[in-house]
Design a protein around this ligand. Structure first.
Ligand code: XMP
Length: 481
């Protein structure tokens, strides 16, 4: 029998040793980090590509607060691309393809369109997409005749205040303020429509100064794909929808299947950042990076809903796995993501101190308002469901979606689950949950005397603790009220 190493550690096996600190306030530290080689984040938090954690609502919320979300792949390609598109359209001070209404439309038709799209204005276009004017909720509010043409109530082209294509947010804000208007159609010299700027969108953008954005001011988002040949089309659809990163995500990422997929996607989409995983060793990181990965996801069997270690006997305790993988990643200039097993802000600090650049969270975020799925009530308390992507129900749902029908009893019995289904308490908006988690990390940086994550990597010192030490670490010998 070959033993690779005598011990391997996880979060509860260690504590970080406090060091002399020059940090005067936890607000004085920076949590900036890298998700991939080229994508930076203000906070090192990524929401997991699980179907009970990340769809567009979660990804929008995560990007607004400075993290990023990975849209899961357990839905049709079309739907996943739509989810990506929703994130890309959520914010940005220019609506690039604003809703139009034809010049022949009536007031009633315009009202219906505004309500359908939940927006406040429509660009009125003539033949050949020529801009004739702008009609807003206010123009329609007290109009008694629903059959009146929109052209009679709109602000006509010659009276419109407009912006030029490429105008900065600063210029747009000044124009909106000085003309006391709420919307600026973006028109070129030939009168061609290039977008719509609204005061509301600018205010929204300014509300989130740490937001993770692309060069066009849109929120960033990642999309998960598998390793089947059909996943190449899935990847292409997500890239067309605007995905900033693709995440090749399978349970055993250190496999030829994952390596080949990474190589193929890198070749086909050289401008899109590629994340790959999951692996548990330095060799796993090296092979995925050699194939083209710009970031590697680390963690086998550590997740709260995973039973991979029980079912297969495989895995590496998460802190050792992260430390070993991160060292390999740092040598190659590639960040690693610590994925799975994080229960507290202290675990986040430990994972980052061990060398990870970001952490991926599953069940910690599954109870938030933005996680997909309805809540359930048990004994008067609200919960939400979280399930492993290799759990029995997730396996069955996936196979039924793929085959388009119900599984037979035999197919049902052939599933070998490596995950479980569970419930977690409902926890409110994700921004509040992540604020607490990042607050803990910020305090952690100050205990380490580190102003940045790089400084934490350089100075962190762990100490192994005994069971008695672990007991001493939580609230003890009191009744917590
Ligand atoms: P946490 O602990 O944050 O972990 O809930 C989330 C991560 O767990 C992984 N995951 C699974 N692992 N069987 C597994 O062995 C599963 O069914 C399963 N589902 C999710 C995944 O890496 C996720 O980000």
């Amino acid at each position: 029998m070959r033993i690779r190493q005598e011990t391997a550690l996880t979060f509860d096996d260690v504590l970080l040793v406090p060091r002399r600190s020059r940090i005067r306030s936890r607000h004085g530290v920076s949590t900036r980090t890298k998700f991939t080689r080229r994508i930076e984040l203000a906070i090192p938090v990524v929401s997991s590509n699980m179907d009970t954690v990340t769809e567009s609502a979660m990804a929008i919320a995560m990007a607004r607060i400075g993290g990023i979300g990975v849209i899961h792949r357990f839905m049709s390609t079309e739907r996943q691309a739509q989810e990506v598109e929703r994130v890309k359209r959520a914010e940005g001070f220019v609506v690039e393809d604003p809703q139009r209404v034809a010049h022949r439309a009536t007031v009633q038709e315009a009202r219906t369109l505004l309500a359908e799209h939940n927006i406040g204005g429509l660009v009125v276009c003539g033949d050949g997409d020529r801009v004739l004017g702008l009609v807003t909720t206010r123009d329609l509010l007290f109009e008694p005749d629903p059959n009146r043409p929109v052209t009679e109530v709109m602000t006509p082209h010659e009276k419109l205040v407009t912006a030029e294509p490429g105008a900065s947010m600063e210029t747009a804000r000044n124009t909106l303020r000085s003309h006391r208007v709420e919307k600026l159609p973006v028109l070129d010299r030939g009168g061609q429509l290039h977008g719509l700027i609204t005061a509301q969108d600018i205010a929204k953008v300014e509300q989130w100064p740490d937001a993770t954005k692309d060069e066009r001011g849109r929120l960033r988002v990642a999309a998960a794909v598998g390793v089947r040949s059909s996943d190449v089309e899935r990847a292409a659809a997500c890239v067309r929808a605007g995905a900033d990163a693709l995440v090749v995500d399978i349970a055993h990422g250190h496999s030829d299947l994952a390596i080949d997929m990474v190589r193929q996607l890198k070749q086909q989409f050289p401008d899109v950042e590629l994340v790959a995983g999951n692996v548990a060793t330095a060799e796993g990181v090296q092979d995925l990076v050699a194939a083209g990965a710009d970031s590697v996801k680390v963690g086998v069997g550590a997740g709260s809903i995973c039973v991979t270690r029980i079912v297969t006997g495989f895995g590496v305790p998460q802190l050792t796995s992260v430390a070993e993988s991160a060292e390999a990643g740092q040598e190659l200039g590639v960040p690693v993501i610590a994925d799975g097993g994080i229960r507290t802000s202290g675990d986040i600090t430990k994972a980052i101190a061990a060398g990870a650049s970001t952490v991926m969270l599953g069940s910690l975020l599954a109870g938030t308002d933005e996680a997909p799925g309805a809540g359930v009530v048990r004994k008067g308390r609200r919960y939400k469901i979280v399930r492993g992507m290799a759990s029995l129900t997730a396996n069955i749902d996936r196979q039924e979606v793929e085959s388009g029908g119900e599984l037979t009893d035999i197919e049902y019995e052939r599933v070998v689950p490596e995950g479980v289904e569970a419930i977690v308490p409902a926890r409110g908006p994700v921004k509040d949950v992540v604020y607490q988690l990042v607050g803990g990390l910020r305090s952690g940086l100050s205990y380490a005397g580190a102003g940045t994550i790089e400084e934490l990597w350089a100075s962190a010192e762990f100490i192994r603790i005994t069971n008695a030490g672990k007991q001493e670490s939580g609230a003890h010998d009191v009744e917590v009220s």
